[in-house]
Ligand binder design. Structure first.
Ligand code: TEU
Ligand code: CA
Length: 559
């Protein structure tokens, strides 16, 4: 979709999970004042936009993704004045802010829902999705994303309401024009406060299959995945096009949509710069290579080629009409160096390699807090150390299914969302400098060695490498606008690609293994940046990455 301003294409965006970023008053919970105090750090890093996870008033069943009041700030995080101060202080440093917009559901404590559930003939009844029981059971056998039935029975009116996520997150009924108006009002209200745009939460869930069909059961599982009834359903574009006409287009809003369930061959509908609806989307093919058939609880072995193809296919598909959001981590994921690299002896090399690989693709790179210092997955010793509603639901349900506890804990150690939510590691003082009190969630014990303070003084730190990459991208249009072509496509050891633009070709080559790999010579005179000092002509060391700038008329034809 057309924005007059396309700065977002040249930006690098930093994602903040406020609860875990910086606590300013010792209550163990990160807050807005804490973020304000760290703006100089973000400016230094070179980012120009922040995606702020939800800061609205919420009872925190899902850490703010269950909104009770869209117009006020969660008490623990601060006040609306703090939010305005954050917007202004960031602006002074040339950093704009995009807020998380949760439009698929609210908290069950939102006044709309309280009113809706109060009686069948309530004015707000039709703001949510209510259905009577069917043959003494739930209206359909749909399963919630967080496990268990997607329907919750409500005694007061003897009907069920739909919740794609937790039962404290009832889904709004987007078929109702009043609901849509209410959301556009919220968007405009926040845009008036000076934010640049929105990250649209779970936006592909808005349209439900209006037949409310029963799902087929697979392999004795009670329900099959519900994706075919509420992800990217026919008709969703009518809602999104309306949002575009009403808010996004007239106000030139920067948008990045969380879009699970959109197949690559349908992305044009979302991203076409003329007729699509959003500037960027997050797709999850590459972050889900390790789970079986999208099933919670079941891990699978994956190959590097699968990971690379999952990224490449979106690169190639969007080339002519749109723009991707590039990311490896977020607040729902584990730490990238632990998952795709090596968080032990090669943590530093692997973190830098992964950054080189994804940040120079075609799109806008997102950095998730702590990724830039190579934070790793945390060891959670028992289920109580996890705080995430999703992990707890999974644990409870899998226990009921008779699964072995250590197997469940192993799954959570590889997939649990709390790995991305342990507090930001600022220094080696008490609780990593995150809080002077006791943190709401465990601090990763490795903070004594992995922290910002240490990274700032070490010239060869991951953090300083990120700074170099960001600068490199900023100074070279080819790395932003150049075309993309993958190389080493069939290799399960090396990943790489070429970005071509006018008279330049940039080549990125990455070793994803912990051993040396032979390559043919590229021409060391063209090397611009690497995570190793003494590069050998025809040999990549463990997790080595190289970025070359090759003139088009160079003797080697790389593509
Ligand atoms: O996540 C929604 C969502 O669809 C993800 O669970 C997605 O399926 C997964 O990341 C793909 O691997 C969003 C928020 O990011 C999450 O934190 C919230 O819990 C959820 O919405 C509900 O608001
Ligand atoms: Ca606090």
């Amino acid at each position: 979709m057309n924005n007059k301003n396309t700065d977002w294409k040249e930006s690098v965006i930093y994602q903040i999970y406020p609860r875990s970023f910086q606590d300013s008053n010792g209550d163990g919970v990160g807050d807005l004042k804490g973020i304000i105090s760290r703006l100089p750090y973000l400016e230094e890093l070179g980012v120009n936009m922040i995606w702020l996870c939800p800061v609205y008033d919420s009872p925190n069943d899902d850490n703010g993704y269950d909104i009770r009041d869209y117009f006020s700030i969660m008490k623990e995080f601060g006040t609306i004045e703090h939010m305005l101060e954050l917007i202004n202080e960031a602006k002074k440093r040339n950093i704009s802010i995009i807020m998380d917009l949760v439009a698929n559901h609210t908290s069950d404590e939102h006044p709309w829902f309280l009113e809706s559930r109060s009686k069948k003939d309530s004015d707000k009844r039709n703001w949510y999705i209510w259905k009577p029981e069917k043959n003494g059971k739930e209206p359909t056998n749909w399963e919630s994303i967080f496990g268990g039935s997607a329907w919750e029975y409500d005694k007061a009116t003897k009907e069920y309401y739909l919740h794609a996520f937790s039962k404290k997150q009832p889904d709004l009924n987007w078929e109702n024009p009043e609901v849509r108006e209410a959301i556009y009002f919220i968007m405009n209200w926040w845009l008036d406060k000076g934010i640049a745009g929105f990250r649209l939460d779970a936006i592909t869930f808005l349209k439900k299959n209006q037949q409310y069909p029963e799902l087929v059961t697979i392999e004795n599982r009670p329900y099959s995945p519900a994706s075919n009834v509420w992800l990217n359903q026919p008709g969703i574009m009518e809602f999104l096009q309306e949002m575009k006409e009403r808010v996004l287009k007239p106000r030139g809003v920067v948008t990045v949509a969380e879009a699970p369930g959109v197949p690559v061959n349908m992305v044009k509908e979302y991203l076409d710069e003329e007729n699509g609806v959003f500037n960027m989307i997050f797709q999850f093919d590459h972050t889900e290579v390790d789970i079986k058939d999208m099933n919670r609880g079941q891990l699978r072995q994956w190959k590097l080629t699968e990971f690379k193809d999952a990224l490449s296919q979106w690169q190639m598909e969007t080339e002519d009409f749109g723009w991707m959001a590039l990311f490896l981590e977020n607040h729902d994921s584990v730490r990238s160096v632990s998952k795709y690299g090596n968080d032990k002896e090669y943590r530093i090399e692997a973190s830098k390699m992964l950054a080189s690989y994804y940040m120079l693709m075609r799109g806008t790179p997102f950095i998730y807090q702590g990724q830039e210092i190579g934070m790793t997955n945390c060891v959670f010793n028992n289920i109580d150390e996890y705080k995430d509603v999703d992990s707890h639901n999974l644990y409870r349900i899998e226990c009921l299914n008779g699964k072995n506890k250590s197997e469940i804990m192993n799954y959570l150690s590889k997939r649990g969302r709390d790995h991305g939510r342990t507090p930001m590691q600022w220094d080696k003082s008490h609780m990593a400098g995150f809080t002077s009190g006791s943190p709401w969630i465990k601090v990763n014990p490795n903070y004594e060695t992995i922290n910002v303070e240490q990274a700032l003084i070490d010239e060869n730190s991951i953090l300083n490498y990120y700074k170099k990459l960001i600068k490199l991208r900023k100074e070279n249009k080819a790395l932003i606008y150049g075309s993309y072509k993958d190389i080493f496509k069939t290799s399960n050891e090396i990943g790489g690609y070429v970005r071509s633009y006018e008279k330049e070709k940039w080549v990125v080559i990455c070793n994803f293994t912990d051993h040396e790999v032979n390559i043919t010579e590229i021409g060391e005179e063209y090397l611009v940046l690497s995570n190793y000092k003494n590069n050998e002509k025809t040999n990549l060391k463990a997790y080595e990455s190289r970025i070359y700038k090759v003139p088009v008329n160079a003797r080697r034809n790389l593509t």
